[in-house]
Design a protein around this ligand. Structure first.
Ligand code: AMP
Length: 412
C-alpha cells in the first residue's frame, strides 16, 4: 500500500492508496498541532470520525496517524510492513530539485539547506520524512516538491531586476508554489481535451486560500504568479499579492512599524480579509456582497480584476492560449467568480456557457460556449494523487539505480 503524507505548518494530512492507486483506503488529518483545540479526523471510505486530539508537535501527530491506521477498530493496516512506499509533499525544493526524488541522507541534507525559504513548512516536511523512515524501515520515501514544476520558468520570467550578483549569491528569484496541483490539473485538462499536452498553451488558475496563476506551454511551467516568498501575484485569502515595495519602506520609516508588524500585515491581514474587513472565506464575501456590503463588492472586484489581467498577460507571454483551467476551492466551486473573471475577455477567445458554468461541479468539466476558441475547464485538483503517481513511478524496480547517477531525477 502507498501512504501519502502532507505535513503542513500546523497539520498532518494523510491518504492510504492501494498499490495500483485505484482506491483510497483511508484518509485523515491531525489538525491544529500545538493548540489545545487540536483534533484528528480519520476516514475509511465515507465512514469517519472526528475527535479531540491535542498534539504538541509533528512527531506526536505522526503517532496519532499511526494509531488510527493500525487501530483494530477502524484501522486498515494490519502491520507497518504492509506499506510499500511513502510519498511526501515538500513545500520548497529551492533551485536544487526540479522533479520528485527518492529520499536518502543527501536529500534530507538538501531539504535542510532549503528550509530558510519555507521556515514554517520545510521543517515539518522533514519531520514527516524522518518519522516515516523510522516507522516503515523497509519502505522507500519519495519527496514531491511544490516548487519543482516551476523550475522550467526561464530566467526572463524568474529573475527580478535586482543586482544580478545579489540575486545569484542568495538564491533570490521566483520559485512559485502550488506546482503539484498545477501539474496534475494541466495533465488532466489535456486528457479531458484528448490532446497532447505538448501541443497546448494553457493558463491554470489555482484559486484557493492561496492563489497561483500558472502559464503552461507544452506541459512546462513558463511563468507563475507566486515568487520568492508566498505572497506575490494575485490577492489571496489573507496574503496581499503584488504591491509596490515602497509601501514597506513607508510603513517602517514613516509610520514606525516594525518589520515583524509589516510581515504580519502582508501575510495574515491583507488579501480578501484586508479588503473586505470581514473574512478570508470567499463564500462569506460573496454572500455579504450580494446583500450590499460595499467592501465585499470591492474585494470581489479587485480579486477578479487581478486574475483577468494576469490571464491577459500570460496569453501575451505565450502568444495566445488554447485552454483556461480553474481549480481549488474557489476555482472549482464558485460559478460566480468564474463568470466575473471570464466576462469581457472574448477577444482572447475565452467565452463560457452560463448554464454549463453553473452546473460545472459534478457536471461537464468543459464550460466553454459553443464556438469559443479557448477551452475553459473546471478540473478538481488532487495533489495527493499526483504525489502518489510520482511515488509509484520512482519506486519501480531499477529507478533507484538511475537516481544514484542523477540526484536531480525528475519523475517524468
Ligand atoms: P482551498 O484553499 O483550495 O481549500 O480553498 C479555500 C477557499 O475556497 C475559501 O476561500 C473558500 O471560501 C472557497 N470556497 C469553497 N467552496 C466555495 C464555494 N462554494 N463558493 C465560493 N468559494 C468557495
Amino acid at each position: 500500500m502507498i501512504l501519502i503524507i502532507n505535513c503542513g505548518s500546523s497539520s498532518l494530512k494523510y491518504q492510504l492508496y492501494t498499490p495500483d492507486l485505484a482506491k483510497v483506503l483511508a484518509s485523515g488529518i491531525v489538525a491544529k498541532i500545538g493548540e489545545p483545540e487540536g483534533y484528528a479526523e480519520h476516514f475509511v471510505g465515507r465512514r469517519g470520525e472526528r475527535r479531540h486530539s491535542e498534539t504538541a508537535n509533528h512527531h506526536d501527530a505522526f503517532g496519532v496517524m499511526m494509531e488510527a491506521l493500525l487501530s483494530p477498530e477502524y484501522g486498515v493496516l494490519e502491520c507497518p510492513g504492509a506499506i510499500t512506499a511513502i510519498g511526501h509533499r515538500v513545500v520548497h525544493g529551492g533551485a536544487i530539485f526540479f522533479g520528485s526524488v527518492l529520499v536518502d541522507d543527501c536529500v534530507i541534507q538538501a531539504l535542510h539547506d532549503c528550509a530558510h525559504f519555507a521556515p514554517l513548512h520545510n521543517p515539518a516536511n522533514i519531520v514527516g520524512i524522518e518519522e516515516a523512515r523510522r516507522a516503515f524501515p523497509g519502505a522507500p520515501n519519495v519527496a514531491v516538491f511544490d516548487t519543482a514544476f516551476h523550475q522550467t520558468v526561464p530566467p526572463k520570467a524568474h529573475l527580478y531586476a535586482l543586482p544580478f550578483e545579489l540575486s545569484t549569491a542568495h538564491g533570490i528569484r521566483r520559485y512559485g508554489f502550488h506546482g503539484t496541483s498545477c501539474r496534475y490539473v494541466s495533465q488532466t485538462a489535456a486528457e479531458l481535451l484528448n490532446r497532447p499536452i505538448e501541443a497546448l498553451s494553457m493558463v491554470v488558475c489555482h484559486l484557493g486560500n492561496g492563489v497561483t496563476l500558472d502559464a503552461i506551454d507544452g506541459g512546462k511551467s513558463v511563468d507563475t504568479t507566486i515568487g520568492f516568498g508566498t505572497f506575490s501575484g494575485v490577492a489571496m485569502g489573507t496574503r496581499a499579492g503584488d504591491f509596490d515595495p515602497a509601501i514597506i519602506f513607508h510603513l517602517v520609516k514613516e509610520l514606525g512599524m516594525s518589520l515583524d508588524q509589516v510581515e504580519e500585515i502582508c501575510y495574515r491581514k491583507s488579501g480578501l480579509l484586508g479588503l473586505s474587513g470581514l473574512s478570508n472565506d470567499m463564500r462569506e464575501i460573496c454572500t455579504a456582497a450580494e446583500k450590499g456590503n460595499t467592501r465585499c463588492q470591492l474585494a470581489l472586484e479587485v480579486f477578479t480584476y487581478q486574475i483577468r489581467k494576469t490571464i491577459g498577460a500570460y496569453a501575451a507571454a505565450m502568444g495566445g492560449i488554447d485552454a483556461l483551467v480553474f481549480t481549488a476551492g474557489i476555482g472549482e466551486n464558485s460559478a460566480e467568480i468564474r463568470a466575473r473573471i471570464c466576462a469581457d475577455i472574448g477577444f482572447l477567445g475565452i467565452e463560457i456557457d452560463p448554464r454549463l458554468n453553473a452546473a460545472a461541479r459534478g457536471g461537464d468539466p468543459n464550460i466553454s460556449a459553443a464556438g469559443a476558441r479557448v477551452a475553459t475547464l473546471v478540473v478538481p485538483t488532487d495533489e495527493e494523487r499526483m504525489i502518489a503517481i510520482d511515488t509509484v513511478a520512482l519506486t519501480r524496480p531499477g529507478v533507484a539505480a538511475m537516481q544514484e547517477e542523477s540526484p536531480r531525477l525528475a519523475a517524468e
